[in-house]
Design a protein around this ligand. Structure first.
Ligand SMILES: NC(=O)c1ccc[n+]([C@@H]2O[C@H](COP(=O)([O-])OP(=O)(O)OC[C@H]3O[C@@H](n4cnc5c(N)ncnc54)[C@H](O)[C@@H]3O)[C@@H](O)[C@H]2O)c1
Length: 289
């Protein structure tokens, strides 16, 4: 049980975490801070938080556990604002989608080293919607949360963050930060970049006005994630640039291969690629069901 929780960044993930913990009875009072007054007002109105701080330092002043839930490139600024307000013994964690950059940025904000009381985390749950108004109390139920411990990690702080996520119905997995970034570049960061690029390419075609009204369910499924926050995904792709660029180069190579197979009328090979991809996706579905 956490007596006092503070959420810094009252958006989809911060709001959903506050609501999950409240409905699980795992938290006493919740304070919050967001530089956008509309998010603070909505969070108060929806009962997501009990008190909105006048600053990040004010919001965290009484907190036993502080959750940074800001776009990843705002980590340095958010952490710098939080540190002066922390009480002795407070634990700070985050929910950012990239982990090496967050650990680097926390070290920068804290004088060069990641403090023992910081725990880096990433819930593998979300939606293409942003903002506290879209937060959901059951968002993390049945989902994974990755924790990426660092060299100075305090084990009691890690155990507290693990208990917090388990109270939301999530399953916590530990992983090295570099491995996390390589994996999520593949399963999440590259797919978002491809979805944005694909929709943008269609939107620049001369006959785009005929394209979108005629799109069906396949187009909707394939492009759903292009409705995600461009600001958040700009930050994620920039923060994990090396891993995403490496995979993007492989993807471009594979697309060029498909293009040359088509040009050479080598249709059996095209079909073979489709079959291999379908089998891989079915193996993935069998694993998660
Ligand atoms: N949305 C998802 O599907 C998802 C899933 C897993 C992890 N994440 C991660 O969660 C984090 C938050 O994402 P979200 O979807 O809740 O975004 P969001 O846009 O809904 O909320 C982010 C909030 O942070 C606030 N903010 C920006 N700078 C700040 C600062 N310096 N101090 C305090 N608040 C600040 C913004 O005003 C905004 O309200 C990101 O790091 C993202 O990578 C998102």
């Amino acid at each position: 049980m956490i007596q006092q929780l503070a959420i810094v960044g009252l958006g989809l993930i911060g709001g959903s975490l506050a609501r999950s913990l409240r409905s699980a009875g795992f938290v006493g009072k919740i304070s919050g801070y967001d530089p956008d007054p509309a998010q603070c007002e909505a969070a108060l109105k929806l009962g997501v938080i009990d008190r909105a701080g006048t600053s990040a330092a004010d919001a965290v002043a009484l907190a036993d556990l502080v959750v940074l839930s800001v776009p990843v490139l705002h980590t340095v600024e958010a952490m710098r604002a939080v540190v002066p307000g922390l009480k002795v013994g407070a634990i700070v964690t985050d929910v950012g989608s990239t982990k090496q950059s967050v650990l680097r940025d926390v070290a920068t904000a804290c004088g060069g080293e990641v403090p023992a009381w910081f725990v880096a985390g990433h819930p593998i749950a979300g939606t293409e919607k942003s903002g506290v108004a879209n937060s959901q109390p059951a968002l993390f139920k049945g989902h994974r949360v990755i924790i990426t411990p660092h060299a100075k990690q305090d084990l009691a702080a890690k155990a507290q963050v693990l208990a917090m996520w388990e109270a939301c119905g999530a399953r916590v997995v530990e992983m090295e930060a570099a491995r996390h970034d390589a994996i999520f570049a593949a399963t999440s960061h590259l797919p978002h970049l491809l979805a944005y690029s694909f929709v943008d390419m269609l939107d620049r075609l001369d006959h785009k006005h005929e394209i979108f009204p005629n799109a069906g369910g396949g187009f909707r499924d394939f492009t759903r994630i292009a409705s995600s926050s461009p600001r958040m995904w700009h930050d994620i792709v920039k923060a994990n640039k090396e891993c995403v660029s490496e995979l993007l180069a492989k993807q471009i190579e594979d697309l060029q291969k498909l293009q040359s197979l088509m040009a050479a009328d080598r249709w059996e090979e095209v079909q073979h690629i489709f079959e291999r991809a379908r089998a891989a996706r079915e193996r993935y579905l069998a694993q998660i069901e």
